[in-house]
Ligand binder design. Structure first.
Ligand code: SF4
Ligand code: SF4
Length: 381
């Protein structure tokens, strides 16, 4: 058998075996909601009444997700580097055979850390980049010197040959910076992923949305990104809001009740998405509120089963409009985002409706231009 065929066959078999385990291949582990920065747009909300998981508890949960068949763990926050035990948690996850991804603002990283990270063998390192301009960056993070600390971290990572990707959230403060951001990423030999969708705060406050791009501005940003980027916008972080692995959701069986009712068409609550909060709560998606399932009290397997049952039991209410909506194929909203935007998972957020309408108009204009070109080409035959 040729090597390529063998690898493909092996990949299929591993995927089949993994699917049979009925557990998400990827778990997002929010290690803390604390952060050394205080970004103006941040949507994270700490709950001072709850206690963060200890090192031993995190390791116990990592062991359980590895035993359940999980392949990838994404460590995120808040800022994971504020946890002094982060490197030991990464090392433990690696020992348990998990592929580790780290999302960080990197402003706490120094040369020694870069060397350690190199040795830990991360699968991916994703670093937030809020602006290419020092003063603006520090204004956004409310921390003087944070831009310089980030630049230093990128330098030491490059020196230690740790590969990383920059993740840039475009806001109204930085809409004019797309070329500069790309240039900065190029100067470090890094790819840049774009995100234009700022989320409301998780407690429902919309105060941070004063920095969000309006739908028309998002369309402009996409045009500018296309102009500077060799990366297709669809190949980037996309709407930047969803941890669900769409590829796996396509493998969801038609008999899965959640998928059949298409309420969660991303596949959340089937097999593909699980989030662990810093307090040990299990969530189907980072954008859905906790329903109080504790991984510490119930264990991962049992908690996950309860979570699936809960998500599967959710049904659209009578005022749910998405099923017959002509904009559905252009719309990025989902029950979780509707809940965040409007406080009701059945609602139609105005922001998403306006953006979907603009996307449809663009699609129709592009199609007309394409038809016209085809017509001209035919005329030349
Ligand atoms: S770096 Fe991230 S978690 Fe920290 S304040 Fe900024 S947006 Fe929030
Ligand atoms: S525009 Fe509104 S009703 Fe239509 S698919 Fe989007 S959220 Fe649903």
């Amino acid at each position: 058998m040729k090597t390529a065929n063998f690898t493909k066959e092996l990949g299929h078999r591993l995927q089949e075996k993994r699917n049979a385990l009925n557990f998400p291949p990827k778990v997002m582990f929010e290690l803390t909601y604390r952060c050394n920065l205080d970004c103006r747009h941040c949507y994270i909300v700490k709950d001072p009444s709850k206690r963060e998981l200890s090192s031993a508890q995190v390791k116990s949960l990592l062991g359980q997700i590895a035993d359940a068949g999980c392949l990838h763990v994404i460590f995120t926050g808040g800022e994971p580097l504020v946890r002094k035990d982060l490197f030991s948690l990464i090392a433990y996850a690696r020992r348990r055979g998990l592929f580790v991804h780290l999302f960080t603002n990197a402003t706490l990283l120094d040369e020694r850390d870069a060397v350690i990270l190199k040795g830990l063998g991360l699968i991916s390192l994703e670093i937030s980049l809020y602006s290419a301009k020092r003063e603006r960056f520090d204004f956004i993070t409310r921390r003087r010197g944070s831009f310089d600390r980030l630049m230093n971290a990128l330098m030491v990572l490059k020196k230690s040959e740790v590969r990383f990707v920059l993740n840039s959230l475009i806001m109204n403060l930085t809409l004019d910076e797309i070329g500069d951001l790309k240039h900065l990423a190029d100067s470090f030999g890094a790819d840049i992923w774009w995100n234009q969708f700022l989320l409301p705060k998780r407690d429902g406050s919309r105060e941070n949305l004063r920095f969000r791009l309006e739908p028309e501005e998002i369309m402009k940003a996409i045009t500018s990104i296309d102009a500077v980027s060799t990366l297709d916008a669809a190949g980037s972080a996309g709407n930047g809001t969803c941890s669900a692995d769409i590829e796996v959701s396509r493998n969801a069986t038609e008999t899965d009740s959640v998928f059949r009712n298409k309420f969660f068409s991303c596949g959340v609550g089937i097999k593909n998405s699980l989030v662990i909060s810093p307090y040990g709560e299990l969530l189907p998606c980072a954008n859905l509120p906790s329903i109080g399932i504790s991984a510490i009290k119930e264990g991962i397997r049992k908690g996950w089963k309860r979570l699936i049952e809960y998500t599967s039991s959710l049904r659209p209410s009578a005022d749910y409009k998405c099923d017959g909506c002509e904009l559905r194929s252009f719309c990025l909203s989902c029950p979780a985002l509707a809940g965040l935007e409007c406080g009701n998972i059945n609602s139609c957020p105005q922001f998403h409706r306006e953006f979907a309408e603009l996307k449809r108009q663009k699609y129709e204009t592009d199609r007309k231009v394409k038809d016209l070109r085809g017509h001209h080409a035919y005329g030349k035959l």
